[in-house]
Write a protein that binds this ligand. Structure first.
Ligand code: PMP
Length: 420
């Protein structure tokens, strides 16, 4: 990073409260899988707005549709009112995403962002079941508002609320306890009233924990959790805010697990262009809210409907994109496995599914140092996991293999620098 951009960053830092200390520069432009800062330094993006830019930065087709819509004085904000943009989105989502997957869901717009869809899911599950407890999972992340934070399995994040949050308990995620079947453990606790654990309204689970360390639940474990949910009449909420929209190789992260969640939370890349958007999908039989029981001002961002519709039409109308993501996911795995073998010093372990991958480092501080070194060399990536032990890769799904290879090469030299 050149000195000038550091200076601009420091000026900015002195004026506002910012959390971007890990990327100390001021960015100006972006396209596809690349960003440029004010001094023209180029960066490869392995962060993609924490999974918001799955279709890349400034996709030309979405940009064109958006400009056309704005120039035609299309409605930008409409709350719950019907608009052409909303209708087109709903029809496209139904025809291209839900129908071919034999999924029957009602679609709700809960608010502009990830935590809004989670809050709506928690509320709905409580109302449907008449119960208040929600079981979440160790190291899960669901958002920063009171309900979504209560189900977030991270004590330091929950500490932001000052006092303990209630109505939620985090149970062991898959592989949390070596050699112990955590689903069987949870079932036993629910069966035995002496445990003091009430039958919850819902389970909320990420199939691959993004912030929690790229922990992928096995499909078998997910099926077991679904079976427990069915047995006790508990609703199954899949939080696909980060793992959805193709990130793990299929549009929904649970498709190959063969489960049928009651409620699905989507946000981040659903808007397609970095536009704030969230949707909550729920089974028609759970459609019990009366008018006004879940509303909010920014629930109908028509510009997001325009880009979201275009994204779905372009990327999901046939199987090609899915095949491409799966192939790139394997490419990433192979390259990361090579790094793990090449640098035994970092005690690396490959994590993840599809294009949601990471290296968990057994040595404290290594992942963070690698990300810092990578940034200096033009690669943007973050850590995840309870002790920031995972160097996490979340590139735009549209990145070329060449872009992936170049980014991973930067990781390679960054690791060399760190262990030197
Ligand atoms: N759920 C998951 C799985 C997430 O990864 C996130 C954000 N990282 C959220 C919910 C919350 O989304 P938002 O930050 O948009 O509120």
């Amino acid at each position: 990073v050149q000195e000038a951009s550091m200076k601009t960053f420091e000026e900015l830092e002195s004026k506002v409260r910012s959390y971007s200390r890990s990327f100390p520069t001021v960015f100006e432009k972006s396209k596809g899988y690349k960003l440029w800062d004010v001094d023209g330094n180029e960066y490869i993006d392995f962060f993609a707005g924490a999974g918001t830019l799955n279709y890349g930065h400034n996709n030309d087709l979405m940009k064109k549709k958006l400009i056309e819509y704005i120039e035609s004085d299309g409605i930008t904000h409409s709350l719950d009112m019907g608009t052409i943009a909303r209708k087109n989105f709903l029809e496209t989502f139904n025809d291209v995403i839900l129908k071919p997957r034999n999924l029957e869901y009602k679609v709700m717009f809960p608010g502009p962002t990830g935590t809004n869809t989670v809050e709506s899911a928690l509320k709905l599950a409580r109302k449907v079941t008449g119960r208040d407890l929600v079981i979440s999972f160790t190291n899960g992340f669901h958002g920063m508002t009171m309900g979504s934070l209560a189900v977030t399995g991270n004590a330091s994040k929950r500490a932001g609320a000052g006092t303990p949050l209630t109505n939620a308990v985090a149970m062991p995620f898959d592989n949390y306890m070596d050699g112990i079947d955590s689903a069987a453990y949870i079932e036993k606790l629910l069966e035995d009233s002496s445990s003091g654990i009430d039958i919850p309204a819902a389970f909320i689970v990420e199939t691959v924990q993004g912030e929690g360390g790229i922990n992928a639940a096995s499909f078998e474990w997910l099926r077991k959790i679904e079976a427990i949910a069915k047995r006790f009449d508990i609703l199954l909420i899949i939080d696909d805010v980060q793992a959805g929209n193709g990130r793990t190789g299929t549009f929904f992260s649970f498709e190959k697990a063969g489960i049928d969640p009651d409620i699905v939370c989507l946000s981040k890349s659903i808007g397609g262009y970095g536009m704030p958007m969230a949707i909550t999908l729920f089974k028609p039989e759970h459609d019990i809210w009366g008018a006004g029981e879940h509303n909010g001002t920014f629930r109908g961002n028509n510009m997001a409907f325009i880009t979201a519709t275009e994204a779905i039409k372009n990327f999901w109308a046939n199987d090609e994109f899915e095949e491409e993501i799966q192939e790139k996911g394997e490419f990433i795995s192979d390259k990361l496995a090579d790094l793990i073998v090449k640098y035994p010093e970092i005690q690396g372990e490959l994590r993840g599914r599809g294009m949601m991958k990471g290296i968990a480092c057994g040595v404290d501080g290594v992942a963070e140092e690698v990300c810092k070194e990578a940034f200096k060399r033009g690669l943007i990536m973050e850590t995840s996991g309870p002790s920031d032990e995972v160097a996490k890769l979340l590139p735009p799904l549209v990145i070329s293999k060449d872009g992936l290879a170049k980014g991973i090469e930067i990781m390679d030299v960054s690791i060399q620098e760190v262990i030197r």
